[in-house]
Design a protein around this ligand. Structure first.
Ligand code: SME
Length: 155
């Protein structure tokens, strides 16, 4: 289990990536890899971005983990689409109990999705799948909200 100090240190590393000079998609990909490598219960970490050509559609962006068939998700569909529609973080501690769910892999037991909001609009979201049951704590949510606030300046 990560401590508050671990999350603070990780947040500093996320900020260093966000404020670097690399292309934006490369920065987002590096953040996925960092979070997946450093937090033991984060098994798939990725971004979905709102399609500028088709509003209320999410398109898969950079991610770290196994490939997913869900490369395009309408608002309202699945955990990702629900988080985009409500503009709120959505934590599902047991995906087997969620009827509006798009499965990427049978290994996934839980999921957290947080919107990336800029100027009051959803620009995308951060999606994390875990192979553990009910692993997400308030500390995860607070940490990931701060990560998303930092990243929202990029999208
Ligand atoms: N499980 C998600 C779909 C995306 S994958 O987790 C990568 C959902 O229900 O929206």
């Amino acid at each position: 289990m990560e401590t508050a100090a671990d999350f603070e240190a990780l947040l500093r590393q996320v900020e260093a990536i966000v404020y670097s000079e690399a292309p934006i998609l490369e920065r987002l990909g590096d953040i996925c890899t960092l979070l997946r490598d450093r937090v033991s219960h984060y098994d798939w970490v990725g971004f979905y971005l709102v399609d500028p050509q088709a509003p209320r559609q999410l398109v898969l962006g950079p991610y770290a983990g196994t490939p997913t068939e869900h490369t395009r998700i309408p608002f309202g569909k699945g955990i990702c689409g629900q988080a985009a529609a409500t503009e709120q973080p959505f934590i599902v501690q047991d995906v087997s109990q969620e009827t509006n769910y798009l499965s990427c892999s049978a290994d996934v037991r839980s999921e957290i999705v947080l919107p990336l909001l800029r100027e009051g609009k959803v620009r995308g979201e951060l999606d994390i799948d875990s192979h553990a049951l009910a692993p997400f704590t308030d500390a995860d949510r607070r940490f990931l909200e701060r990560v998303c606030e930092t990243i929202a300046t990029l999208v």
